[in-house]
Structure formats: structure tokens, C-alpha cells
Design a protein around this ligand. Sequence first.
Ligand SMILES: NC(=O)CC[C@H](N)C(=O)O
Length: 201
Amino acid sequence: MDAKIGVLALQGNVSEHIDAFLSALERMGHGLSSEVFEVRSPADLAECNALALPGGESTTISRLIDKNGLYEPLRAFPGGIFATCAGMVLMACHVEDPRIHPLGLIDMAVDRNAFGRQRESFEADLAIDGLKGGPFHAVFIRAPVVKSAGNAVHILAEIPQGIVAVEQGRHLALSFHPELGEDTRLHERFLQRQGIAILVS
Ligand SMILES: NC(=O)CC[C@H](N)C(=O)O
């Protein structure tokens, strides 16, 4: 399957996600046959078979999802969603902030700013379940954590403060920002789960 990856471009770090997906697709041998583009409307969303929900300010992104008529189309989106940071907050079923209208696509409760103001950002080497090639160097910026998750949720990584990487079906949600580094293993894993295989030449 050729990839048509959308990146929700309402607010947040959109271009980094586009670049990271382009380099993951290139590494997998799909560089020429794939597209990665910005999504702002239900019509844009209908064009893609997978979507990235970027980090940014989850209250703002949530308001803009409602304003742009994307709430129901996102809930009904048939493809996988790759969600980072604020995107992870939006994927939850429960968020203790009335300004967030969570999409309810992953059976989890998320704490938006779990690390408080003292620790706005930090980096850690994470063991990620099933990821070959050693630990993943993760950059956390005002990161959320998963406080509880239902049985359908596969927990991929946990630190003392909580769960920081999960998968449910085709969806992947991360507290941290893999799009800011060179390591595309999580993007490749996500694409493989969408049916986009590594091409062997
Ligand atoms: N880097 C980020 O995406 C931070 C997200 C922030 N905690 C929020 O909920 O908006």
C-alpha cells in the first residue's frame, strides 16, 4: 500500500512531523510513491490513510478541531493515528481539563502537564516494548503521562511518573517527540502496522 500521510496542521510542530514521516518512508523504500501533506479540513482528512496529531497546545488544538468541523470526522477516521504530546492528550477518553474535548480513540486517562513547571523538558533513554535496536532517546517537553489505561491498550514504555507510550489497534500515542530526532524507528513501526511494508530491493 502506498502511504498518504496527513499531519493535522491547526497548531503545533507540523513541519517536523512531515519531515520525519518523509524520511521514515524513504528509509522503508516508499519515498517516491508516498505523500505527506497538511490536514486542515474534513476534505483533507478524507484524502489520507494515516494521520499524525502533533504536539503543541492541546487546549488550542481541541478548540480548532471543533471549530473546523473535524471532531466527528476524526472520531470516524478509519486509518491509524500517530499522536505525540498534545496529540496524545487529544486521543484519550478522559482528560481533567474542561477545555479539552478528547477524541476518545484510546481507552486511557491522561494528565496534561504531569511534570509541572519545574521540569518543563528533559530527555531519557526508553526501553520500548518490541522495538529492536536498543533504547529510544526521547525528548519530553511539558509532557503528559497516561494515568490509567484499559485492557485494549498495549503499554509500550513507562517511567516512574507514568506511562509514556501506548498502542491501541492502529493508533500510537507518545508523551515525547520522536519527530525532533533522527531516529525514525517508531514512525517505521507505525507505518508497518498500517500495512506499509519495508521494500527489499
Ligand atoms: N509539547 C506539547 O505538546 C505539550 C502539550 C501540553 N502539555 C498540552 O497539553 O497542551
